[in-house]
Design a protein around this ligand. Sequence first.
Ligand code: BYC
Length: 492
Amino acid sequence: MSDGDIVRPDIVGAAPQPDGPVSVIDYSERIPNNVNLATDRKLQRALESWQPRFLDWWSALGPSLPTRDVYLRTAVAIGRDGWASWARVPMEQYRWGIFLSERAEPRHIAFGQHKGELAWTEVPGEYRSELRRLIVVQGDTEPASVEQQRHLGATAPSLYDLRNLFQVNVEEGRHLWAMVYLLHAYFGRDGREEAEQLLRRHSGHPDSPRILGAFNEETTDWLSFFMFTYFTDRDGKYQLGTLKESGFDPLSRTCEFMLREEAHHMFVGTTGVQRVVQRTAAVMAAHGGTDDIWAYGAIPLSVIQKYLNQHYSLSLDLFGSETSSNAAAYFTAGLKGRWMETRRHDDHVLTDATAQVPLVVDDAITSRTVPALTALNLDLRDEYVADCERGLRKWNSELEKAGLEQLLVLPHPGFNRAVGAFAGRYISLSGDLLPETDWRSSADGWLPTASDRARVAGLMVPHYEPGDFATWLAPPPVGINDLPVEYDYVRF
Ligand code: BYC
């Protein structure tokens, strides 16, 4: 396919112009890349033979809504500014490619026992299986989310939102490519086998599920999608942030570039929930503050809170146990750092440091002191929770602006957990340890019930006319890439 297939004359809107040092992606190749794929025939052939399987997977388990083309961003360069082009693209012709950030200077490992050594350009033999495991877990989440969101196009609240869904989907597909490249290029035969498995496991499959819990849950509707992109994609942001610190330089550079795309996914979640809350707040205010607003085509705040509770607790599970020897080993080996590792003011080795982790004993939640190295999953989770609180403040300001007293809250970290210190315990939203029967009898007030989901589903009616929006969310203030909100972002 030539450039002309992507950049068509009917593009509207300013595409950012690359400036500063850029290395332009080689679009003459079947697989766009900035890794000199053409010079490694063996690797190129391996990836070219994986490509049709990826496309088969995309057509079988990617977006199910048939479309003619979608106004999409495609990565075309690696510069600090202007790395993407915007065009109407038939989705199956999207150019999924392999892009790694570039470094002006050789990088040094910033933490662990190899601190100060030059970052590795090859996989160190002694860490091969741990590195492969990290890459496989990361890679597994990317196609999983596309599978989870497969049918959402059928009920999109607007063309603007439909485009955003598809943008997220194609970029998660590209993130799968990013991990598959690392597996093929650096892990030989077992890497190629893992790459095959990434297309064989499927979200929610009874025999061959995705690796991490949250990626086997259904994304039942658009409220769920916005919560997922807020809470679960945000775990992605934080995990990628720690892998960006990796001593294995190709992984670090890959994750750095992925984080750039991830910013839009965060935007979709933050603004998506915000627009739902904005509409809910306006309808509540117009009807004396009542929460019973189904009849007005809006989602009650109590139901938004239940969806939030569910997605937040599932996403906390993605950080693993608060105390983890895996996390300690990854850090000490220099494979996975901490969020903003280089900005931390400590020795970056942590052999003498300690940390507090939660502990549930009999009928109380307390804490205990452990080596800080083993508490790194909690360290990352704490950073994530602080970030989640920032979104809550934005959403709550919509309620305040409407003159309402109700607020959304983040549940206690022990609520509804399946992994770590709180797993198997029955903890209320506010952090009280309850007998199982009490917890179960309250659960319908905390988590979405089948009837809540059915009522939300009842509002999920597609809106495919340009500028038309569903009743249950406010339109965005501006469109995508300086285009008007009412632009026909998706054509059928
Ligand atoms: N579900 O020592 P532990 C994203 C397993 S999202 C099922 O507590 P560890 C995205 C664990 O694997 C980011 N199993 O945890 C978002 C281990 O098994 P093994 C994805 C779980 O290893 C939206 C055992 O339990 N990236 O990018 O310290 C859309 C004991 O584990 C779960 C990453 O996660 C769970 N929730 O940490 C698209 C980064 N939690 O090894 C994309 C790479 C734990 O004994 N992954 N287990 O068989 C990691 O860094 C780590 O694997 C984890 C777990 C943080 C996930």
